[in-house]
Design a protein around this ligand. Sequence first.
Ligand code: PBG
Ligand code: ZN
Length: 323
Amino acid sequence: MDLIRRPRRLRSNEVIRKMVRENHVRVEDLIYPMFIMPGENKAVEVPSMPGVYNYSLDEFAKALDEVVKLGIPAVLLFGIPEHKDSTGTGAYIENGIVQEAVRIAKQKYPELYVITDVCLCEYTDHGHCGIIKDGEILNDQTLELLAKTAVSQAKAGADMVAPSDMMDGRVAAIRKALDKEDFSHIPIMAYSAKFASGYYGPFREAAGSTPQFGDRRTYQMDPPNANEAMLETALDVEEGADIIIVKPALAYGDITYRTKQRFGLPVAAYNVSAEYAMVKAAAQKGWIDEERIVMESLVSMKRAGADLIITYHALDAAKWLSK
Ligand code: PBG
Ligand code: ZN
């Protein structure tokens, strides 16, 4: 056969495969989400997320040792407050659980980049991401509380804030409030294309944030919509978002790709809780090769255009990358 093009020539051994490899997952790309709860001496494993824990503050401080040792540059913090109420007060009080966690993390590891989730659902007794009147989630009244939350986190020392609520206008509201309080240097990583997804189930178990009535479809996006994701992102970019999150990651690679192509800003893919849970469950049954599956999934996010990857697999991935 006189074939001129033989792509297999560049696949013949691992040396040449490595040389022509187009995409790489680096430890610098990883952001590790962590859950902080009240109490002492507690590390409670999330039943549907083996290897992921709800930490009390002291245990959180200890858990950071491994994160830092592995070279993971950033954590994304979620809080489970002592008390929940209708307006999510725990999200924006000075000594809220996340604010305390930020102080501890920055004191122990000043170089660790600490990102905070800005939302109300972990702090409201009804489990919605905004405040409620007559069964409706109020948009503009919620913005004020989100802005307050972001400012209180910045005051505690957060390096970056990440609003995940999907209210209209929140990036602008947060930007304005941060700037007014002399936090114009704090970037916003916006969950711009966040879909109303079944893949958040295990997270809600971890954070105790399942909506007590209805669902999140009036604010999170409808899964079949891609053009609308471009609209949401365009608005967030206009309002001042510095980094764009696409969430979930695996079923939405097309959105990551389009977002990167169209806006060029740094993009973060959020490899969400059920994506993690499914891999863990199958691995525990011995049905899949966990390392192979995880690394293949993570590199798919890079191939789609993600710069950063938010993943519960971060500790494992960092270990695998360094061997
Ligand atoms: C809260 C929030 C959620 C996630 C991140 N921030 C849950 C939700 O919107 O219900 C999901 C993360 C995951 O599933 O890993 N606004
Ligand atoms: Zn929320």
